[in-house]
Structure formats: C-alpha cells, structure tokens
Design a protein around this ligand. Structure first.
Ligand code: SF4
Length: 448
C-alpha cells in the first residue's frame, strides 16, 4: 500500500502542509500518484474554517466509502484541521476513515500508514505540539511560479468564531536562519514568488526578531523577485513593516487585512481587540506610507447578535475603505469555539443572506470601479499560467496581486512583462503587451 493520492482543501497553509506531507512520506518510500485510480491510499488534507468546507469533505468521504466497498482503494486518511476538530467523530464513528492525523502529527504518518496496512486497526494521532514547526522538513514542491513558506504555526488570539487555535494549537515560530535557508532553496529552484504564511503572521517572533525584521532580511538576503505574506492581524500590525514594504521593491505592495466586522460591539463579541476607528487609522497609515497599495479583506456577516444597525457599520466601513476585493462569508458556528459555547448563532438565515448579497453587490461595484481606473496604465505582470477561460491567453499577476489576462507569444510562466491595461471587469484587468518580447538571439555559423 505504497501508492498515495493526496487531495488538499482550504487555505495556502494547507497547500504548504501537503508539500510537507509529500516530503515526509516520500522519505519513507511512499509514492505519490496523480490519479486516484492508481492509488491504494487516499489522503485528504482538510479545512475546518467554515461549514461548507466540512460539507465538501463529508461528501467526498461518501464517495470514498463506495470505492472502498468495491475494493478500489484500501485506506482513507483524513488529515489537517478537520481531522483535529472532529477527531472523535471521525475516529469512532466513520467506518470509511482508517487514519486521522492532525496538523502536528504529519511526522507520524509513515508509522500510521504502515500499522494500518499490517492490520485492520485504525491509526489516529491528534496530539498538538508547542514546538513543532516542521523547520527540519524540506517541502516537496511541485514545479511552478509560486512557493510558500510557513514561518509560524498556531494562533493565540482566540477570536471567538475561529477554530484555528483548537486545530493548530499555540503560536510558535521558526528561526530567521531556517526561513532564509528555505527561501534560498526556493530561489535556486527557480520560483519567482514566495508567500510567507502564518495563521497570524505578524505574531512571528524568534530570537529577538519580529515579523518586520524577518521581512527585511528576506528582502535583503534573497533575490526572489516577489515576496508576499498572509494573514496579518490588524490589532498589532507592525508599523515599521509598512516602511520596509515601501522601501524594498521585492516586497509586494499588497496587504490582506481581515476586517471581519465594522462595528465595535460585534468586534468585541468576536474578540478582535481593535475598533472601527483603529482600523480606519491603520488603513490611512498604510495608504499614506505605501501609495497605490492593493488592499483586500475578509468579512463575516450575521455573527452572533448582529443587529441591522451593527451590519450597517460594516457596510459603511466597506464603502469608505474601498478594498480592492473582499472574501465575504455568512457566519457559521464552528464546534468547540468560544462562540459555540457562549454566543448563540441567532441571526436568521434570510438576514444573513440579505446582508451577504448587499455587501457583495457593494464590493463588486467598488472592485469594478477600482479596476476600471487602471485602464490606460501599464503594469509589470508575472505570468502564472494560461488563462482558464481561454488557453490562448496568459494569466498573470500585478504587484498588487490583481489578475491580468493578455495575449502574447514567446512567453512562459515565470516571465515578467509590461502590460498596457485596455479594459477591466470586476475581477480582472485585460491588456496587451507593452514591451517588445525579447527573442533568443540567433547564433550565426560563420564559415571561414
Ligand atoms: S487571528 Fe483570529 S481568525 Fe485568525 S487564526 Fe487566530 S483566532 Fe483565527
């Protein structure tokens, strides 16, 4: 049972964790296959942040149940955040699932898999560690343009709606040296963009270095052309970092700043520990220090007790700040969170729907206006892939992380090009190549 098919759901941290899992298992002679048909083992790296993520995975487990019954696969493993949060249910009540391993248990996977294949027993491990950072594991990355480095894991903030502190444990950071070593490896492997990850990335702290120190060293000591990070917390965003981002061209002029709500009472119930006024002040400072910065956010509508007036405050913040884009979600109660114990999920579904529709409409309008104001400008674009809609076109990203679609020949993913923006939609800039493409020099053979 050495052939594994690994599926990843959820955030960029999960993508990164899947690279760690690939590395740990490959070191132990397991093989990863690209199709389920060639696998005896299916591992699902899961997300627990929202209810629909859970539903997706339960639906997938139903499919795998049939495959297991027909003998098409032998072992099913559930890994990651959902494995940690629903450990007992999965371990005791799901006959489909053979292995359950939380985010700090990946080094135990080879033993768990070997034990399961030698007997019909199940294998579980969901111990959380105060120290595990996987700094000693070299992630097995798929070749491409983008790479990730998790510099810290866990979260100590305990926002009342969030399950992360329970699924990923306490905050711990890697040393600057280990992050730089990984960055140099990424550079030598030819990746053009790295995203620095942490559940609460600006809580990074190691040997007297804070997150601003780490980003400065990455900018100074590597030649990676684009360096991003996600996600910071507005309560303690290091102001020094703004000047560092403004100073170094490789640090992208883009910040994802989760708002979650724009009303002080809701923010307090969420335990976000900042106010609407403080959020405005931070946004003003960001825009003053980094002109033209791309700002994106996350918002939850219909959190416990959210009144019409409280929602209107969130609407007002979105209207005033004018984010480039936003991920807006309806509140869904997560098991084991503070909110699930102390705050009722009492906003009726129809009101949550009404509010998300209004906020999405507002955001679509704002995103479209901002994008259309880019028409006539020229952007430096990093090509990431062919466009999903039209394989004859390229999809690339600006420094502000905006998608740009354009046509050009003799290019490839990883190339940087100047693109003149000719039109725009809500989500995408459209353009045409502005710089002549450098063609390879012809080698002349001279006969003497
Ligand atoms: S900062 Fe809050 S929302 Fe973010 S991971 Fe920590 S507890 Fe969850």
């Amino acid at each position: 049972m050495k052939n594994i098919f690994l599926e990843t759901y959820g955030c960029q941290m999960n993508e990164y964790d899947s690279e760690l899992i690939r590395s740990i298992l490959a070191e132990n002679n397991f093989k990863f296959v690209s199709s389920q048909e060639a696998a005896q083992v299916v591992l699902i790296n899961t997300c627990a942040v929202r209810e629909n993520a859970h539903q997706k995975i339960f639906h997938r487990l139903d499919e795998l149940k049939g495959m297991k019954r027909r003998g098409e696969i032998k072992v099913v493993g559930v890994l990651g955040c959902m494995a940690q949060s629903l450990r007992k249910d999965l371990a005791e009540h799901s006959p489909t699932v053979d292995i359950v391993a939380g985010p700090d248990s990946y080094k135990k996977l080879p033993n768990l898999l070997n034990a399961v294949s030698e007997s019909s027993a199940k294998g579980f491990d969901f111990s959380l560690s105060e120290f595990e950072t996987y700094a000693d594991v070299t992630p097995k990355r798929l070749a491409g343009v983008n790479a990730w480095i998790a510099v810290m894991r866990g979260c100590d903030n305990f926002c009342t709606f969030c399950v992360v502190p329970y699924t990923r444990g306490r905050e711990r950071s890697r040393t600057v040296e280990s992050v730089l070593n990984e960055a140099h490896r990424i550079e030598s492997e030819g990746f053009k963009q790295v995203t620095i990850l942490g559940q609460n990335v600006n809580s990074y702290s190691s040997e007297g270095n804070d997150f601003a120190d780490l980003m400065k060293q990455l900018a100074e000591k590597t030649h990676i052309p684009r360096i991003r990070f996600t996600s910071p917390h507005p309560k303690d965003f290091p102001r020094r970092l703004l000047h560092i981002i403004a100073e170094y061209p490789s640090l992208c002029k883009q910040i994802h700043l989760p708002l979650q709500a724009g009303n002080d009472a809701v923010l307090q119930r969420m335990n976000r520990t900042y106010s609407k006024k403080e959020f405005y002040a931070l946004v003003d400072e960001i825009r003053e220090i980094i002109p033209g910065v791309g700002l994106t956010t996350d918002v939850i509508v219909g959190f416990s007790g959210e009144t019409d007036a409280e929602f209107e405050d969130t609407f007002e913040v979105m209207e005033r700040v004018r984010f480039d884009s936003a991920f807006i979600f309806k509140y869904s109660e997560r098991k084991n969170t503070i909110a699930s114990r102390e705050l009722p999920d009492d906003v009726p579904e129809h009101l949550k729907t009404e509010r998300i529709v209004r906020l999405n409409e507002l955001q679509r309008q704002i995103s479209k206006e901002i994008n259309q104001s880019e028409v006539g400008t020229t952007k430096t674009v990093l090509i990431e892939s062919v466009s999903k809609k039209d394989p004859n076109q390229w999809l690339g990203k600006t420094d502000q992380n905006k998608g740009v679609v354009f046509t050009a020949e003799n290019l490839k993913p990883g190339d940087f090009v100047e693109v003149a923006i000719t039109s725009a939609t809500t989500n995408t800039l459209l353009g045409e190549i502005a710089t002549p493409v450098k063609k390879p020099l012809k080698v002349l053979s001279l006969s003497i």
